[in-house]
Design a protein. Structure first.
Length: 275
């Protein structure tokens, strides 16, 4: 296997792992067994690819690759993935599986960038560059979905106001059903939240391995984590406290305003974003 082919398989592992995390998060929130099954098969495919690399390394070196920190990270990530697959198959503890896989995803990323960076090749430079690209693309994709979620909430509030004031007419009919807009707004939210989380993980790891100046106290960094916490809390309220209707739409409007502020204002104050 050439270095280029190995790089592409590593990228495939990261993509499949990320998709699996999104599906597990969706299943945890919506209790959708089809999403759980898809996440499981994606995770199993990732583990098979990791196992092929592991046994290939064992065959070539005639030893278990755990003697260096980098090799140990790979074996650790492989074990975590194996445990999560077993837990998901025999025990239906959805949130635990999501957290385990999130940790495994981070460890796998650290291994990949450490392994490729230690080789000091054009492939390692290319992978680190593509890591930044994935970070940016996922961030913009999550922002787009958050915007759509916000738009549905605004339409919900508009129709709620019109119904309350008994303003019947063609405009009201064209807005759609309240329940449909609420459901679509929440759907966009539960897809975009893990997307933004994965984007932040990729961004943090890229900043360290690329030797770029990184600040944990950077306004954009802090703002991004605050946005994740806010949307995560909203999803928690929706699932656990059954927050619905106008309250959820108002909260989504406030959350999007904070996201908007984080993207534009904090970007100008940031020490390393868009400089």
């Amino acid at each position: 296997m050439s270095a280029f082919e190995g790089l592409r398989i590593f990228e495939l592992i990261v993509i499949l792992y990320g998709l699996s995390l999104i599906m597990y998060f969706y299943d945890f929130v919506k209790q959708d067994r089809k999403a759980n099954q898809l996440a499981f098969w994606l995770l199993l495919l990732v583990w098979i690819l990791q196992t092929i690399f592991l046994f290939r390394e064992i065959y070539m070196t005639r030893t278990l690759p755990i003697l260096s920190i980098t090799e140990g990270l790979y074996f650790y990530a492989w074990l975590i993935l194996l445990v999560s697959i077993v837990v998901n198959y025999f025990y239906k503890v959805d949130f635990l599986v999501f957290v385990i896989n999130l940790i495994g995803f981070i460890i796998m990323l650290i291994f990949l960038v450490s392994h490729l960076n230690s080789q000091d090749t054009t492939f390692s430079t290319q992978f680190i560059g593509e890591l930044l690209l994935f970070h940016i693309v996922l961030a913009f994709l999550s922002y787009t979905l958050f915007t759509i979620s916000f738009a549905f909430s605004v339409l919900y509030l508009l129709q709620f106001k019109m119904l309350k004031e008994k303003k019947w007419g063609r405009t009201l009919k064209r807005l759609g059903r309240l329940g449909q807009m609420e459901e679509l707004s929440f759907l966009m939210m539960i897809i975009s939240t893990p997307l933004l989380l994965i984007s932040l993980i990729l961004g943090v790891i890229w900043a360290y391995v690329a030797n770029d100046l990184f600040y944990w106290i950077d306004p954009k960094t802090i703002g991004s984590f605050i946005v994740i916490i806010i949307y995560g809390f909203m999803i928690y309220r929706k699932v656990v406290n059954k927050t619905v209707g106008k309250d959820m739409a108002n909260a989504n409007t406030i959350a999007f305003s904070i996201l908007f502020l984080n993207y534009f204002l904090f970007s100008f104050l940031s020490n390393f974003h868009f400089n």
